[in-house]
Design a protein around this ligand. Structure first.
Ligand SMILES: [Zn+2]
Length: 67
């Protein structure tokens, strides 16, 4: 039996914003999804720079390659 919970607020507070942390597969920095333009619905940009492209400096030092 699953009835309506008393005093329950609707669980759908967030409408269109999934809070899933995006990590760039290339540089490993955090990304986020922003509204795109007429050509693309959305685009993924880096949080730090706000650009789609990775920073060359971050690509140079790959985490897998130790000193
Ligand atoms: Zn990146």
């Amino acid at each position: 039996m699953t009835g309506p919970r008393p005093g329950g607020a609707p669980a759908t507070r967030e409408q269109h914003r999934p809070r899933i942390p995006l990590i760039c597969p290339r540089c490993g920095h955090e990304q986020r999804v922003v509204p795109g333009g007429p050509e693309r619905a959305v685009k993924v940009v880096h949080v730090a720079t706000g650009r789609e492209a990775c920073e060359p400096g971050d690509l140079a030092r790959a985490p897998d390659n130790g000193p």
